[in-house]
Design a protein around this ligand. Structure first.
Ligand code: ZN
Length: 458
């Protein structure tokens, strides 16, 4: 029988690497079966050992709707009246009406390739497009989940699949509308879909399957309780308090605000990720921070959709955890998510270095370490360059003009000055999937995407 420690050990050597305790020099990373087996600093490179300059742990992307990548840029024309999240959603519903499983696979593979090129090494796919164009389930009930898993395999990205339960169109179990027919399941059908998705995901070496009640609009209180029972220890994600209309509707329905209602009706703990949680009172901010849940912040999408601004300073001061997500995938770039998170706070609070941990601390390092830790927890994996964690790495081009001479301010220069243009290589489970800033399968993935997009927009 093949035992784990018989598998070969590979090594990578870096001049500098960001470890959980901070920067280390002359670091040898030993990798076995896709995970770090040992990490040694202050080493001397062995003869012939390939030497790289600077390694960061890959960033988790805790919230994505991959198919929306194909409509990026198509909802930026001013309509006759009321341009809001809700008018954007109408365009999105019309777009996804046309997609079949092969289309979803091609678009998702492109989005995942861009995530890897943009510094993300694992994605939480909040997956709600389950059924065919008529709203009928496919012969294989989790066929669309299979398309997402296949796209993860095509690109090499780590996958935390979050099959979404969606049953209603509004608070108080209102009946769904026509544009939602491809999302809908009752509890029995969802349980079958979830089991099948778990079976399909076994084909990927480190895939994780969680669950996602879409929002308090889309599931009933009873369904929410049942879902918690179905996934007691795994990731459970929910959209919440993204829009003021949602807050007002929740108040009209229950007398409570969405986060207030959730925290008092569900056992929200460190297994939960509350995506957006934009509109919070001071009391909700404190309660959410104390729950141990992760706030899933998606600054680019939240800005694009005009959602509002998360009270990040108060939340972090109360010990709150957060990660970042690319959500609508209108633009995919880990550094820009972090930069915009900080800049949103600077613009409203009229100050600088808001998200730095304290006096003398680097804002970039604080942002990166918080989002790494919170994002990993939300996706159900161990964080960072540490024994037992997946060997997911991003290396930077230290000759990039924005990074030259910035060794002591590396993460600040990366996040605020170079952005993703300084990314050189990316490894997933110890295999190089991006080199010189380009995915190794870029041409093939782009070709398949191009064929699909021409069909979708014809
Ligand atoms: Zn979302």
């Amino acid at each position: 029988m093949q035992v784990e420690h018989d598998s070969p050990v590979r090594t990578l050597f870096f001049d500098r690497a960001l470890l959980p305790g901070g920067w280390a020099k002359d670091v040898r990373l030993s990798i076995r079966s896709g995970t770090f087996s040992s990490i040694d600093a202050d080493c001397t490179p062995r003869p012939g050992e390939e030497r790289q300059s600077c390694a960061l742990p890959g960033m988790p992307n805790l919230h994505s709707h991959a198919f929306q990548r194909a409509m990026a840029g198509m909802a930026e024309h001013r309509g006759p009246a009321g341009n809001s999240f809700w008018t954007w959603r109408e365009i999105m519903y019309r777009f996804l009406d046309r997609m079949n499983p092969d289309d979803v696979r091609a678009v998702a593979a492109l989005a995942y390739m861009e995530m890897l090129e943009g510094g993300f090494t694992r994605v939480g796919e909040f997956h709600y497009l389950h059924h065919d164009q008529d709203g009928q389930r496919y012969a294989a009930i989790a066929e669309m989940s299979g398309a997402i898993i296949a796209a993860a395999a095509d690109s090499g990205i780590g996958m935390t699949l979050l099959p979404v339960l969606y049953s209603h169109s509004g608070f108080g179990a209102q009946p769904p509308i026509q544009g939602q027919r491809r999302f809908l399941n009752d509890m029995d059908q969802f349980a079958r879909l979830l089991n099948e998705a778990r079976r399909i995901a076994e084909a990927l070496p480190d895939a994780i399957v969680g669950v996602a009640p879409h929002s308090l609009r889309a599931v009933s209180a009873e369904q929410l309780a049942s879902l918690g029972d179905m996934q007691p220890h795994g990731p459970i994600h929910i959209h919440i308090a993204e829009q003021m209309k949602e807050v007002d509707d929740c108040l009209a329905w229950s007398g409570k605000r969405p986060v207030e209602w959730l925290l008092s009706h569900a056992d929200v703990d460190e297994h939960w990720c509350l995506v957006h949680a934009t509109h919070l009172t001071a009391k909700e901010t404190l309660s959410l921070a104390q729950s141990g849940a992760v706030a899933g912040l998606c600054p680019i999408t939240e800005a694009n959709l005009g959602d509002g601004l998360f009270p990040a300073l108060d939340y972090v001061a109360a010990g709150g955890r957060y990660g970042i997500g690319s959500d609508s995938n209108v633009l995919i770039d880990a550094t820009e998510e972090l930069r915009l998170l900080e800049y949103g706070q600077r613009l409203t609070l009229r100050g600088r270095n808001i998200m730095a941990e304290g006096a003398g601390q680097s804002t970039g390092a604080s942002l990166y370490q918080h989002a790494l830790s919170g994002g990993s927890a939300a996706l159900g994996v161990k964080a960072g360059i540490a024994p037992g964690a997946a060997a997911d790495l991003v290396s930077l081009d230290m000759e990039h003009p924005s990074l030259l001479g910035k060794a002591d301010a590396m993460l600040d220069a990366f996040i605020f000055a170079s952005g993703r243009t300084a990314i050189d290589c990316v490894w997933r489970r110890g295999e190089r999937v991006v080199t010189g800033g380009r995915h190794v399968k870029r041409e093939a993935i782009l070709r398949a995407y191009s064929v699909t997009l021409q069909k979708l927009i014809a």
